[in-house]
Structures are given as C-alpha cells and as structure tokens.
Design a protein around this ligand. Structure first.
Ligand code: ASP
Ligand code: MG
Length: 401
C-alpha cells in the first residue's frame, strides 16, 4: 500500500490511512506500506536548501529532502500501534534500498528484502519511507520528485507482492481528463503498456518510471482513492484483460512546441547534423517528420520539443546554421499533442481513420502525426484542445452513459 502526500497531509489523514492499513492486516494480509512526505513538506525542504546554498552539494540536498518521509513513516507506525497493530518504520538504508550514486535522481539498483520479509511473516506491518535509498558510498540518495511511487513498485517486486495499491486523491485512471470531458469514465482494468503510454503522453496519475518498473517486473498495480471506499483502476498484464476496448483512453500534452526547418539540404548526414547538436544541448526531441524533396536538393524538416526546451533548441539550431544549411526556421509553441491509446489497435483497422475524420469534421488541421503499435498521436493547434478531446472521446464510444 502506498500513500501519497495528500493522503497523509495531516494527523487525521494519517489516521484515516492507518485505518485502511489496519483493515488489510486484520484480514490476514502481510502488509508493507510506503509513505510520502506530508503534502507540501518536500517543497518546503527544497526551498530551505535553495535559500541556504545556490549551487548545492546534492548529497546534503538529499539528506534534507529525504526527511519528510521519515516523519510520516514514524507517525504512521505510532498510529497503528495505538490501534493495537504491530508495526514499525523503516528508512531506506535500514532495508536496505540500494541505489546508484546519482543524488537527487537516483535509480534503485537492488532491494535485498529478506529482513523485511521476515518481519512481515511475523505479522509486523512495515512502514517504509518512500523516495529514499542508500548510495554505494553509504549516503542517503533520493529518487527524484514523485519518487515514492517508484519505491512502492520496486518494493512490491522485491517482496513478490500480490498487488501494489497506490492510494491517491483521485479514484482511478480515467478514459481522459475529466476536467475536459465530464463524461469520462473510470477505467476498470488497463494493461501496463497502455498505462505507460497514457503516463508518458500526458496523463499525470502515475509516474512513467513507476509504470515501466511495474511492467518489467509484472507488478499488478491498483490506483485508488484514500478518501472513498471504491474500487480503483487495475493496471495489469494484457493477458488478464478479457474484454479489450479498441481504444482505452485519450491523453494530451500541452508541453510541446513545433520547430520547422524550411528547405534544408537533402543529403546524407543532415538529420545527424540537426539532431546531434540538439542532443548535445540536452534537448529532448519527440515527433519528427521529414517530407520528400520535390527536386532532390532541398526538403523541410519538422519536429517537436518540450516547451521549456524551445528557446534552447532554437538557439542551438541558429548556432549550427552553417552546417545544417536551411532557408528558414519557424517555431510555434501554440500546439498540443493529442493521442489515442489502445492495444486493440494491433488487431483492428480504421482506428487512425476515425481520429483523422473526427478532427476533420471539426475543422481541425493536423500538423504532425506519429504512431506506434498501440497509439496514434496528432499535433494540432492548442486552441482546439478541448474540442478535439471531446469529439474523439465520443467518436471512440468512450462517453459514460
Ligand atoms: N515527497 C516526494 C515529493 O514530493 C516524493 C513523493 O511524494 O513521491 O516529490
Ligand atoms: Mg507525491
């Protein structure tokens, strides 16, 4: 069971979460709990560091910001003890959760879970501080913001858990953002692969890295609310899903910007000349389209980068204008990427056509298209975000009755 920051935001909420833990333990389950810092605490700690040291020692940053989870873990253990449940807190190093040395953004390398496992089988509930581990040099290392989800999934894998329940402030994964489409439905079951696409294409319920980890280790996830007693969304292996929808969900990302290079030379090495310097400048490139060149000499190249990378990308391309040889550089931040996702696409035809026709019926121009086996993404003007998502949601039969 993993409880995020809003689910443990104050003592009452910690008590509420502890009651859920107690219920599982009393039902005869062995329970390991991963907790986040109380809502707002990590931000506060980060700001203390920023105010103390402008270019800080990342190991000390980790020493400071990892402390929020330690507080919650201790409080949760105390609360459970008050309820008559045997429980103790565990910090990352006590298990140990071994990470690499990339402080502030460490990856978990291994979790020898024998100690923890022994205690669990003795009926003791484990409350594990999320977001932290220990580096090869015995320093506390944090996993990057939002990293407690990753702790939970990694621990579930190490313990061979039946399930990893992620308790949060929403009650599941929806077919699309309910703020845009009020008739969006809660998804009962979704495959890891689809969830991974949803997460990386803009749905913010779960971190991409945590879903990836769950997929690689076959961890069954459930996303559910800590405030309501409702079943959430199960994220499971594709084989477990009997009634597969063709399209499971629609995701969108406003964090895209489009760059077009007009009339670049059409010769070997030109893509490398464009994307090499961008990669050196740590610009993340997403969709790429190169058109055919009518004269065999010159062609246009369009691609997208994240909005925050746009200025750096444009500067980089200008600095390398001599090697790339282009006539003109156009940049447009007023775009959104809308994607439809579903493993059913592998076996059904016409899924892309439905998307194109629907957008065309609304008079929306598609600027860039990219596809994978289980998703189709289109880049359109940001002004049409809501219109496009609503129309697609209806077209794929996803609207709630
Ligand atoms: N407390 C950490 C953060 O706010 C980790 C987490 O909540 O997942 O980023
Ligand atoms: Mg969090």
């Amino acid at each position: 069971m993993k409880f995020g920051g809003t689910s443990v935001a104050d003592l009452d909420r910690i008590e509420n979460a502890a009651r859920r833990v107690a219920r599982e333990a009393e039902a005869g389950n062995e329970v390991a709990v991963v907790v986040s810092a109380m809502a707002g605490v990590t931000n506060q700690l980060v700001s203390y560091v920023d105010q103390t040291s402008r270019i800080y020692d990342a190991r000390e940053y980790d020493a400071v910001v990892s402390s929020g989870e330690q507080v919650t873990a201790g409080l949760m253990a105390l609360r459970l003890q008050e309820m008559g449940i045997s429980a103790r807190s565990w910090q990352g190093w006590q298990i140990p959760i071994r990470t690499n040395e990339v402080h502030g953004k460490a990856r978990i390398e291994e979790i020898p879970a024998d100690n923890l496992d022994d205690r669990l089988s003795q009926g003791e509930v484990a409350i594990v501080a999320g977001f932290q581990g220990i580096s090869p040099r015995n320093r506390i290392a944090t996993l990057g913001r939002g990293g407690s989800d990753t702790t939970a999934v990694a621990l579930a894998a190490a313990l061979n858990a039946d399930r990893c329940d992620i308790y949060t402030d929403v009650d599941g994964v929806y077919t699309t953002d309910p703020r845009i489409v009020p008739r969006a439905r809660k998804i009962e079951k979704i495959s890891h692969e689809e969830m991974l696409e949803m997460a990386s294409l803009g749905a913010k319920v779960l971190q991409t890295r945590c879903v990836e980890l769950a997929m690689n280790h076959g961890v069954r996830l459930q996303v559910l609310s800590s405030f309501e007693d409702l079943p959430g969304t199960l994220v499971v292996d594709e084989d477990e899903i009997v009634e597969q929808q063709v399209v499971s969900g629609i995701a969108y990302s406003r964090d895209e910007a489009k760059i077009t290079l007009i009339r670049v030379a059409d010769k070997p090495g030109i893509a490398a000349a464009i994307f090499g310097p961008l990669s050196d400048a740590a610009v993340n490139v997403d969709m790429i389209v190169q058109s055919v060149s009518p004269d065999g000499e010159r062609t246009d190249m369009t691609f997208t980068v994240t909005k925050t990378d746009l200025d750096r990308a444009v500067e980089t391309l200008k600095a390398h204008a001599d090697e790339i040889e282009y006539d003109q550089l156009l940049a447009d931040a007023n775009v959104v990427k809308v994607s439809v996702i579903g493993v059913g696409m592998r076996s059904h035809t016409g899924v892309a056509q439905t998307m194109f026709q629907t957008l065309s019926d609304k008079g929306i121009n598609i600027q860039v298209i990219s596809t994978s086996e289980i998703k189709i993404s289109t880049l359109i003007s940001e002004d049409y975000t809501e219109l496009a998502i609503r129309a697609l949601h209806t077209a794929y039969g996803l609207d709630a009755e």
